[in-house]
Design a protein around this ligand. Structure first.
Ligand SMILES: *[C@@H]1O[C@H](CO)[C@@H](O)[C@H](O)[C@H]1NC(C)=O
Ligand SMILES: *[C@@H]1O[C@H](CO)[C@@H](O)[C@H](O)[C@H]1NC(C)=O
Ligand SMILES: *[C@@H]1O[C@H](CO)[C@@H](O)[C@H](O)[C@H]1NC(C)=O
Ligand SMILES: *[C@@H]1O[C@H](CO)[C@@H](O)[C@H](O)[C@H]1NC(C)=O
Length: 305
């Protein structure tokens, strides 16, 4: 008994550094969540976070980026509006763990009611947290229109911005993903798509889990009333095998070579000037029609939330 207690004590001492840094890390995250949930009450706390310069030391969490020219840069056009801002840190920090060094996030606000100050503070904090000034950039592309068209008017402005930016060698993106600020990408995302970016493919698509109901993937369950465990399948949260057509693809489940999109002058707006909730499917079909250089990955790399 005594022996085992001593062993435990030794074990704890041995791992104390690890435990204490983990505790600091967890505490840090609790504080961040607390801040994000209580935006107004925690203005002071936020100022403290905002004015502390080197988070990487405190968290023993250092991101050393040697942006290497042999690895293509992937730019994530991130559409966001008010309620998604509190989830955005999870989205943004998860990309750091996907195994791609050359990732840049471009945020575009799609709703005029969004608290831009909160968005800027969140971005500012995250850039400090990862010790990279250019990790996340807020694109200020004018006020979103009253009829926001599912965010696609602003998405098209962001595309136009990136097309124009390709003329500027110092900051161009070789590949882009267009997605929403509350989505989630797998830790193997980078490893899986990198070879195909290096290969110069125009379109890279991957399977995803959708929150939308997919009745066609629902299991047929015959169960008696008292069966254990009870089985529930409402058709949501189903894995969708991706295809380059409307209904079988999702906005965030595809990466495009930026020059390819630019050369074809592709935008989300239809030729009659309209947008709809299926605009992402339309865009994917338009792009797929224009190149045979596409690849479909049969791995689930993305949660559409
Ligand atoms: C946060 O820091 C940036 C510069 O590091 C500064 O411009 C900004 O005003 C600060 N925001 C707040 C709320 O203190
Ligand atoms: C970045 O480059 C420096 C100098 O070449 C090197 O010392 C460092 O280990 C590199 N960091 C990473 C993460 O590759
Ligand atoms: C990109 O350039 C075109 C042509 O100069 C211009 O009309 C357009 O407004 C620019 N887009 C953005 C987002 O600045
Ligand atoms: C090119 O990008 C750099 C860095 O982002 C910026 O300072 C410069 O103004 C840009 N030049 C043009 C012509 O857009």
């Amino acid at each position: 008994m005594l022996n085992s207690l001593q062993n435990q004590k030794e074990l704890i001492l041995k791992h104390w550094n690890y435990i204490s840094s983990s505790l600091i890390f967890i505490l840090g995250f609790c504080l961040i969540s607390f801040h994000l949930n209580n935006h107004n009450q925690n203005e002071k706390l936020f100022k403290y976070f905002n004015n502390t310069n080197d988070w990487s030391n405190l968290f023993h969490y250092s991101y050393n980026y040697n942006v290497s020219s042999s690895t293509p840069t992937l730019c994530i056009i991130t559409r966001i509006y008010g309620p998604q801002i509190s989830y955005f840190p999870i989205f943004a920090l998860a990309f750091l763990h996907t195994g791609l060094d050359n990732i840049r996030i471009y945020v575009v606000n799609t709703d005029r009611r969004t608290d831009i100050r909160q968005l800027k503070q969140t971005i500012n904090f995250l850039n400090k947290f990862v010790s990279r000034r250019d990790y996340i950039t807020l694109l200020e592309l004018g006020v979103p229109p009253l009829k926001n068209e599912y965010g696609y008017v602003m998405t098209d402005r962001a595309l136009s911005y990136l097309y124009n930016q390709t003329n500027n060698l110092s900051s161009s993106c070789q590949y882009i993903v267009v997605t929403n600020g509350d989505n989630f990408y797998s830790q193997i995302f980078g490893k899986r798509i990198l070879p195909h970016m290096k290969d110069g493919k125009d379109i890279i698509a991957w399977d995803f889990v959708s929150h939308h109901s997919k009745p066609q993937y629902r299991e047929i369950i015959f169960q008696t009333k008292h069966a254990a465990p009870q089985i529930i399948d409402d058709g949501t949260g189903k894995c969708t095998p991706v295809a380059l057509k409307a209904g079988s693809a999702d906005l965030g489940a595809i990466a495009y070579r930026l020059e390819f999109l630019k050369e074809r002058n592709l935008y989300f707006k239809r030729s009659d000037g309209s947008y709809s909730s299926n605009t992402d499917g339309y865009f994917i079909e338009q792009a797929a029609l224009r190149t045979p250089a596409s690849v479909i990955l049969k791995q689930t790399l993305f949660f559409h939330q």
